[in-house]
Design a protein around this ligand. Structure first.
Ligand code: NAG
Ligand code: NAG
Ligand code: ZN
Length: 542
């Protein structure tokens, strides 16, 4: 509106024409520098098209949502991947992980047959066998031949020496030397039908079955046997004339596979990556178009617009890689982003390590109907935030605030408490920032008045009602989107990406050594890191 006062006089006719096709209240953010191109190139129609498609995906399902574990979620991932592949040349990759809870549907069963004599074994930690955490389900109703792995089953030599060879058989592996996870990996490699660990007979806990785990990444059925049962079966298995076989069943509750999708520019330094994140799942209650389709739609349009600009000769390439990520399972407790950050922390692959990320911009709900222009407040970073990530996070807050001030737009501080997809990165020392137009907080009278006076009186919204009245409800559809607000947030997000991309030394800007030292001195904080992504599981974040 206000921009129209200036531009409208000069470009009156253009203004009239565009007013017919575009929202009449459209505000184009003023250019902060002569070579600014990304924000002016962003098209709100492109963002709205993505939202319409996400809504169609939700409405085509019986539950009318896009929650993890539903076809609506899977179709969302396909839509994102197809869109990125069709509209960019970026390297697109999808990684699945499983929700890390494990439970049995009923007790497992184990029957051995030696010399034609069948025996049913007792399931209990004080009995003959027990289940193994992260085992998969299996039903072996026919007798399957046993084979014993020599030594402790920690090396390929052991597995190759087994007679008969383990493929398709049930294998016996003694406790000891290496981890159960490592033994399970080898069992998978040698394609066994099921894995039976057995205890080592040593003093302490060496007799009875013990409860062990083979890691969330496993894909094999496994049980743990007492030393007595294990050695009886090994002796029988080592004598081919005795025909030692077992039947067994394990029924575990299915783990839900959750996918993350990321797309990275082919150019720019992969050890200095600008990461833009949004989440792909909705809550089961509804289609999740503001929460969190809006962040996803802006993220998709950003990727495509950046690609189109990069194809033109007038656009200077960024020194930095830009990676757009679409996290799964945010509504279940930041599962996707926590998984990605945890993997990055142990990765040694250049470009995939946590140290390769310079910044994570998080695109939260960005089209709330009774919006505020919320900017994450770097001053309120959680106390577990490493000093290294603090000055940069403050700078990103200031960058957005300055942009809004220079455009005479209202804005508000928004909580920066780590309870969102940037949290795992921030806690690992990666600078973070982002935008948020509001969820279930009420718009105050002060806010309405300030927004009215800065934007024009029909745009300030309503005080005393929630910023998103459809937050986590079935009515979170495309009609729940405030296109005016979405448009501004879209431009602001684009502006932040470009202004970082065009910096000559982004790393020094985001990680100023002296200021970090100051933070280190000031706060004798206890360092807390997300070493275990299980810390996140099941926590009700949003
Ligand atoms: C979604 O995709 C995953 C991974 O491919 C698959 O395991 C799961 O069965 C799919 N879910 C539905 C509901 O189709
Ligand atoms: C919306 O998505 C963003 C980006 O993943 C996430 O940080 C945020 O928590 C989501 N908002 C809500 C209210 O779920
Ligand atoms: Zn939510």
């Amino acid at each position: 509106m206000r921009t129209m006062l200036f531009i409208g006089i000069i470009f009156g006719i253009i203004g009239l024409i565009s007013a017919m096709s575009v929202n009449k209240d459209r505000i184009e953010l003023s250019k902060q520098s002569a070579n600014e191109q990304l924000a002016p190139s962003m098209k709100i129609d492109e963002v709205m098209n993505h939202l319409n498609e996400l809504q169609k995906i939700a409405m085509a399902t019986t539950g009318k949502n896009r929650a993890v574990g539903t076809i609506g979620f899977n179709n969302t991932l396909d839509y994102i991947e197809n869109s990125l592949t069709a509209n960019t040349n970026f390297k697109v990759f999808r990684r699945y992980f499983k929700r890390g809870t494990f439970s049995l549907q009923r007790n497992p069963t184990l029957i051995s047959t030696i010399n034609g004599v069948a025996k049913t074994h007792t399931y209990s930690t004080s009995g003959e066998f027990y289940h193994v955490q992260y085992s998969t389900s299996v039903t072996l109703n026919e007798n399957v031949l046993l084979t014993a792995i020599p030594n402790l089953g920690c090396s390929d030599e052991d597995w190759l020496a087994a007679r008969p060879p383990p493929a398709g058989l049930v294998v016996l592996v003694k406790r000891g030397d290496c981890t159960f996870v490592e033994k399970a990996r080898l069992a998978e490699k040698y394609k066994v039908a099921a894995l039976l660990f057995y205890n080592n007979g040593q003093a302490g806990d060496g007799s009875q079955p013990i409860y062990v785990n083979i890691g969330t990444g496993s894909n094999i059925p496994a049980l743990f046997l007492s030393n007595t049962l294990g050695t009886t079966l090994v002796n029988a298995a080592n004598d081919p004339s005795r025909m030692a076989t077992v039947r067994l069943t394990i029924a575990t509750a299915p783990l839900v596979p959750i996918g993350n999708i990321c797309a990275a520019t082919l150019t720019g330094d992969p050890t200095q990556t600008i990461l833009i994140g949004s989440h792909t799942d909705s809550v089961p209650a509804g289609p999740g178009i503001n929460d969190n389709g809006s962040g996803t739609a802006v993220n998709l349009a950003l990727a495509a617009t950046l690609y189109r600009l990069m194809q033109t000769s007038t656009y200077d390439a960024y020194k930095y890689r830009v990676q757009f990520c679409f996290w799964g399972g945010e509504e279940l407790g930041l599962l996707g982003s926590a998984f990605h950050a945890a993997e990055a922390k142990t990765s040694t692959v250049v470009g995939e390590r946590i140290s390769d990320y310079l910044i994570n911009i998080n695109l939260d709900m960005v089209g709330s109907p009774n919006f505020i222009f919320g900017i994450y407040d770097g001053r309120t970073a959680p106390s577990n935030t490493p000093a290294a990530a603090r000055p940069g996070s403050l700078k990103i807050s200031t960058l957005f605030q300055t942009l809004f001030n220079q455009n005479s737009l209202p804005w508000d501080h928004s909580a920066f408490d780590g309870r969102s997809d940037y949290g795992p990165f921030l806690a690992a020392g990666v600078v973070a920032g982002g935008l948020f137009t509001g969820a279930d907080a009420l718009k105050t009278v002060e806010q309405r008045n300030r927004y009215n006076s800065m934007l024009g009186s029909n745009l300030g919204g309503t005080s005393g009602i929630r910023q998103d009245r459809c937050y986590h409800l079935a009515c979170d559809t495309t009609t729940n989107i405030n296109q005016f607000a979405l448009d501004i947030m879209m431009q602001a997000a684009a502006y932040s990406v470009e202004s970082m991309g065009q910096q000559s030394d982004l790393k020094s800007w985001l990680y100023p050594a002296r200021e970090i030292q100051e933070f280190n001195k000031q706060t004798q904080q206890t360092k807390y890191e997300y070493n275990n992504i299980n810390e996140y599981f099941g926590m009700p974040y949003s």
